[in-house]
Design a protein around this ligand. Structure first.
Ligand code: 2P0
Length: 330
């Protein structure tokens, strides 16, 4: 059998302005722009094996364990429409993650980004096309394709224009590097809880969108404004503004999540401990006269972002509190 192999790797990313909601469920076109910082201590490496066939994924394994074949076949079926070449082969996907199990880190962004990059090698695609493919796998994977430290994923259409040409809009909504190197910054990822979340991000973000009223619309509008301010602040390396907007975007995300119960049932990802630790962090850095931000994803673990020179102030507190953490230095 004539088997060809394409190998690629990708890393997770941490959003400073969050993605929460889709304008289009099929192609994962976001309702708002988002911006992330690279988080390269964890990685996914993917080997894509191809041989003549009819567009079928025959096997997928992550760290040697078979994964959801139906989900990945669905992804291949979606991208076939854009790249018919895919129909001529069958596929075996072998992925490896170095993520600590149970530490609450999502591997879907790096997973789909690595797979999209491997497909990009096979199909000879540009970074932009690869980011579009990754996005069709998982929205946040868009931001794990470009190589830069700071990546933006624009929503790809103006708020005053309706979605008229899906393909055009889809192609305009891709991730790109804003800043290649953003040195001197540390990200501390804490591990407070490794409980599996009750509701996935994919399901969770459908709730405000399908019930969108004034609150969600105001959220999108406010965040879009702050996205522009954040872009400028990053380019000027105005860290005070960067940290201020990072905190606001994280808390707005969780405010929005709480604002839309799921058929009466509260939806939430944060625990008392999550907010208490964020509060302690702010009290500590204020006392020490340094600047920084906390953020949360769709989970209970706070991430702290600050200048590497100030890192120890926070790590000594975490040690005292017996909180485990991982550090990535940009
Ligand atoms: C983000 N999250 O910007 C936000 C903040 C979680 C909280 O992107 O349905 O797994 O695959 O597009 O990418 C997680 O959402 O959702 C996410 P899909 P995804 O990082």
């Amino acid at each position: 059998m004539n088997v060809k192999e394409f190998i690629a790797e990708a890393y997770p990313n941490l959003a400073l302005i969050k993605y929460w909601g889709k304008k289009d469920e099929e192609l994962h076109i976001p309702t708002k722009s988002s911006l992330s910082i690279a988080f390269r201590i964890f990685w996914t490496k993917t080997v894509l094996k191809i041989y003549p066939g009819e567009g079928k994924v025959e096997k997928i394994a992550i760290n040697g364990i078979p994964d959801d074949l139906k989900k990945i076949q669905n992804f291949f079926d979606k991208i076939k429409k854009f790249y018919p070449e895919i129909k001529k082969y069958n596929y075996i996907i072998e992925s490896e993650n170095n993520f600590p199990s149970g530490a609450g880190f999502a591997s879907s962004a790096s997973g789909y980004a690595a797979l999209a990059k491997a497909l990009g090698k096979f199909l000879n695609l540009s970074e932009r096309e690869i980011a579009i493919i990754a996005r069709i796998g998982s929205g946040s994977a868009t931001r794990s394709v470009p190589s830069g430290d700071i990546v933006v994923w624009k929503r790809g259409f103006n708020s005053d224009k309706e979605l008229s040409n899906l393909e055009e809009v889809s192609k305009r909504s891709y991730g790109k590097t804003l800043v290649q190197k953003f040195e001197g910054i540390s990200i501390i990822a804490t591990v407070l809880s490794n409980k599996i979340k009750k509701i996935s991000s994919r399901e969770g973000m459908k709730i405000p969108v399908s019930n969108a009223d004034g609150i969600y619309n105001a959220y999108v509008k406010t965040e879009e404004k702050d996205f522009k301010v954040l872009e400028k602040a990053i380019l000027k390396r105005d860290l005070e503004t960067v940290f201020d907007i990072t905190i606001k975007s994280a808390m707005r995300l969780h405010g929005i999540i709480l604002s839309y119960p799921n058929n009466g049932i509260p939806v939430f990802y944060l625990y008392d401990q999550s907010l208490e630790l964020a509060e302690k962090f702010i009290e500590l850095i204020r006392k020490e006269g340094v600047i920084g931000a906390y953020t949360f994803d769709a989970g209970p673990n706070p991430f702290f972002i600050l200048q590497t020179k100030d890192e120890e102030i926070v790590t000594s507190m975490l040690k005292k509190l017996n909180v485990n953490y991982y550090i990535y230095r940009l």
